[in-house]
Design a protein around this ligand. Sequence first.
Ligand SMILES: Cc1ncc(COP(=O)(O)O)c(C=O)c1O
Ligand SMILES: N[C@@H](CCCC[NH3+])C(=O)O
Length: 417
Amino acid sequence: MDFFNYKNQVLQAENVALTDLAQEYGTPCYVYSRATLERHYSAYADAFASHPTLICYAVKACSNIAILNVLARLGSGFDIVSVGELERVLKAGGDPAKVMFSGLGKQAVEMRRALEVGIHCFNVESEAELYRLDQVAGEMGKIAPVSLRVNPDVDAKTHPYISTGLKENKFGIDIKDAVRIYQIAHKLPNLNVMGVDCHIGSQLTELKPFLDTFDRLIGLVDELSAVGIEIKHLDLGGGLGVRYRDEVPPEPAEYAQLVLEKVKGRNVTLAFEPGRSIAANAGLLVTQVEFLKCTAHKNFAIIDGAMNDLIRPSLYSAWMDIVPVSLAPTPEGSRSYDLVGPICETGDFLGKDRELDIQAGDLLAVRSAGAYGFTMSSNYNSRNRAAEVMVDGDKTYLIRARETIEHQLAGEQVLPD
Ligand SMILES: Cc1ncc(COP(=O)(O)O)c(C=O)c1O
Ligand SMILES: N[C@@H](CCCC[NH3+])C(=O)O
């Protein structure tokens, strides 16, 4: 459930009509609902309340500092993959002691900053990374807390571009090699091997791959214990899917029930790194129809939102729900449209073959756009990135001003004469 509903035939974000919001902030514009974000985070926190568990929101899903701050106030931890994301968390008032540092290409300078602020754990993805982290920690006179990200070779049954837990994927350490590499890590003087980590993919709509993974990780924990390495922390990553169309993904409570059953009697803390399931349905992208272009072959609605604003449809052929902000009938009547942006790419579309009753000037909302929406946006075609607005009840806050050409050009210069 979210807090985007129609009232008097106009779509609202909480108590604010999107027509008013578009008037004030312009389009394209990302709109987030604070109540929805809080509800989604709390679904995890409540589900795991009976066991020591760290919920680390995956910053990459939506990294605006206002979003991070709303979650930090609820006690959320954060999963980061770069020093940029770490600085966002710190700026947002997040607690570094609740930060997991994931990602397979951490630079020494990033490790240094994370050690300086005292993060919870590094999720290390290769033997080479272990040596680098050991060296950096040694130079700083620190001990780095470490989990190894294990690749369990489980099929997450999701889009191939967002599946990460198969042996052919670049992520993690092959589970067959894990004991050997744990033994290396255990001997390195500046590392404290505390946990096992994994993340098998994103937009999972079944629990079975998670549970198969869990069983493999527990098997590894027992093997490690047999060679004298005690694991105190299990990080199961993110990946729980959301409904974009007709998917029926499991709720955090169902997931928790099964995991807590499996973890019974074991002295391990748990961690999760949900991104999409917290942010996706807490945000939408509001865009305006510039022109209708109807030919003998196709009807196009040319909109002011484009693939640079929201790349998921172009990149993954992802289907996103697109609805009119106002349900009032138009003189045009209902037709099937491809919703295309102004970018010079055939792949620049947000939706295809959508039956809509719209006319030029109308507003549309792309639903479930809160995750991997703004964070994957770009300046392609020198377009300014969209504004971001947070709604809280009947209040609205501009949490990121629309970019300007001056922002885009800052840092560029022509050659001297
Ligand atoms: C290491 C890691 N953790 C967490 C996430 C968040 O995943 P999701 O948004 O599917 O919950 C990702 C992205 O898939 C990831 O790569
Ligand atoms: N960006 C992807 C998900 C990738 C998750 C990153 N680990 C999406 O929009 O679905």
